[in-house]
Design a protein around this ligand. Structure first.
Ligand SMILES: Cc1cc2nc3c(=O)[nH]c(=O)nc-3n(C[C@H](O)[C@H](O)[C@H](O)COP(=O)(O)OP(=O)(O)OC[C@H]3O[C@@H](n4cnc5c(N)ncnc54)[C@H](O)[C@@H]3O)c2cc1C
Length: 382
C-alpha cells in the first residue's frame, strides 16, 4: 500500500481538512494521529458550557471511531508524535517510524503558563481542549468562587460563562483594559461594564504573585498587595503555537510554523494549518482562517496546487452580557478611530486618510451593523 496522507491533530483544523480532502479524493489512505482522545468537538463551545449547562461529554459531537468511518481514515488516539524526519518522509512515535506521502501539522497551540509562588499551583487550570475542560469542571463542582487570570478574548468569554454558571468571578490581568491590542478602549469599557453587571469583579493592573491554601479555600496574593479569596483558578493568559518539533526537524519557524500561501512549510510534502501555522506572516488563532486553509490545502493534496486567500475576518466574541464583534485593522494598516454611541452601545470605526474603513469594534445594539460594515472591510490576505 502506498504511504498515507498523515494529519497530526484532530482539532477543527485536522478534522476539517480531512473532510475537505475526502470530498475530492476518496481513495488515498488517510491517517490522523492525535495526542488526545480524538473526540470531535468545537473548541469555541468550551467557553459556553457553563451557561448551557453542558459537561465535556455534552460538548463532544462524535467519537473517534465514528469519525474514522465517516472519513474513511485511520484515527490513532492518545498517540503523541515525538519527531519528524522530512528527509526520509517519515515521523516518529517514540521508536516507531511512520511513513507519509504528505504530512500535515495541525497540532494547535499550547497554553502559556506563568510561574506562581505558593503551595496551590495545582489549583490553576488552563482550558484549551475538551480534556482540560473536563478536569476543570470536576475541580469546580460544588465550588463558588473562580479566580480568572487573563483579560483577553478567552478570559472575557469565561468570565461571562462562569458568571452565568453561578460562580463569583474575580478577573486578574496586568493590563489597563480588557482585550488590549484587539479592542478600542471605548468598546472595552462597554464589555467590562457588561460583565460587571453579571457580578464579575475586575483587578486590572496587578498579576497573581502567589497562591496559598487557606483551610478549604485558596488565597490569592496580587502584586499590588491585595488579597482575593477563591476556590479554584482558571488560567487564560494566552496561547503559543506549537513549534518545537518542527524546529527540531529543521523546518522554518517564527511565531508559528512558517508556511506559504499554499500552506507548505520550508520542506516539500510537509504542510501546516490552524493555530500552529503562520501563513504568509499571519498566525490567527480563529476558526474562520483555518476553514479557508482546510479548503485550499485539500485541493493541493488532491493534486491541484491552491493558494489560500483571507477575506475580512471579524471576530464574534461570546460575551452575551455585552455583545461584541471586532475586526482589528489588518497588519501594516493604521488609521484614525472615531467613536459613536455610549454606554453598552458603542460603534468604533477605524478609517484611513481616504475614508476607507479598515476595522471596527461594535458592542450592544451596534453589532447589528456588522453585515453592512463587513462589505467595506479589506481582506486580511488578498
Ligand atoms: C475557549 C476558547 C474559545 C474560542 N472561541 C472561538 C470563537 O468563538 N471563534 C473562533 O474563531 N475561534 C475561537 N477559539 C479559537 C479556536 O477554537 C481555535 O483557533 C481552533 O479550535 C484551533 O484548532 P486547531 O485544530 O488548529 O488546534 P487544536 O484544536 O488545539 O488541535 C490540536 C490537535 O493536535 C494534537 N496534538 C498536539 N501535539 C501533538 C503531538 N505531538 N502529537 C499528536 N497530536 C498532537 C492535539 O491533541 C489536538 O488533537 C476559541 C478558543 C478557545 C480556547
Amino acid at each position: 500500500m502506498s504511504a498515507p496522507v498523515v494529519i497530526i491533530g484532530t482539532g477543527l483544523a485536522g478534522y476539517n481538512l480531512a473532510k475537505e480532502f475526502r470530498k475530492l479524493d476518496g481513495d488515498t489512505p488517510l491517517l490522523l494521529i492525535t495526542a488526545d482522545d480524538g473526540r470531535s468537538y468545537s473548541k469555541p463551545m468550551l467557553s459556553t458550557g457553563f451557561g448551557k449547562n453542558k459537561d465535556a461529554d455534552g460538548l463532544a459531537m462524535a467519537e473517534p471511531g465514528a469519525m474514522a468511518e465517516q472519513l474513511k481514515a485511520e484515527v490513532r488516539t492518545h498517540t503523541r508524535i515525538t519527531g519528524i524526519d522530512p528527509g526520509h518522509q517519515r515521523l516518529w512515535i517514540g521508536e516507531e517510524a511512520v511513513a507519509y506521502r504528505d504530512l500535515v501539522l495541525a497540532w494547535g497551540a499550547e497554553t502559556i503558563r506563568v510561574p506562581v509562588e505558593g503551595d496551590a499551583g495545582d489549583a490553576i487550570f488552563p482550558i484549551n481542549d475538551l480534556e482540560d475542560y473536563a478536569r476543570f469542571r470536576a475541580a469546580a463542582a460544588g465550588k463558588q468562587r473562580v479566580l480568572l487570570l487573563g483579560a483577553g478574548l478567552i478570559g472575557c468569554e469565561f468570565a461571562n460563562d462562569l458568571s452565568l454558571g453561578g460562580y463569583q468571578v474575580e478577573l486578574v490581568a496586568p493590563c489597563e483594559q480588557v482585550m488590549p491590542g484587539l479592542l478600542h478602549p471605548a468598546a472595552a469599557a462597554a464589555v467590562q461594564a457588561g460583565l460587571e453587571g453579571l457580578g464579575a469583579r475586575f483587578h486590572l493592573g496587578p498579576v497573581l504573585a502567589s497562591l496559598q491554601r487557606h483551610g478549604d479555600s485558596l488565597q490569592a496574593h496580587l502584586s499590588d498587595g491585595s488579597l482575593v479569596d477563591c476556590d479554584v483558578v482558571v488560567s487564560a493568559v494566552g496561547l503559543r503555537p506549537r513549534t518545537e518539533l518542527a524546529a527540531a526537524a529543521g523546518l522554518a519557524v517564527n511565531r508559528g510554523v512558517v508556511v506559504d500561501r499554499q500552506l507548505q512549510t520550508s520542506h516539500a510534502n510537509v504542510y501546516a494549518l490552524g493555530d500552529c501555522a503562520e501563513v504568509d506572516g499571519l498566525n490567527l488563532l480563529y476558526v474562520m482562517p483555518l476553514m479557508g486553509c482546510a479548503r485550499a490545502l485539500a485541493q493541493t493534496l488532491a493534486g491541484t496546487p491552491t493558494a489560500v486567500t483571507y477575506g475580512p475576518m471579524p471576530v464574534l466574541v461570546k460575551t452575551p452580557a455585552c455583545p461584541l464583534v471586532v475586526s482589528p485593522p489588518p497588519r501594516g494598516m493604521s488609521g484614525e478611530w472615531t467613536v459613536e454611541g455610549s454606554g453598552a452601545d458603542i460603534k468604533a470605526l477605524c478609517r484611513d486618510g481616504t475614508g476607507r474603513l479598515l476595522g471596527y469594534a461594535l458592542t450592544g445594539t451596534a453589532v447589528q451593523e456588522k453585515l453592512a460594515l463587513n462589505k467595506e472591510l479589506p481582506g486580511l490576505l488578498a
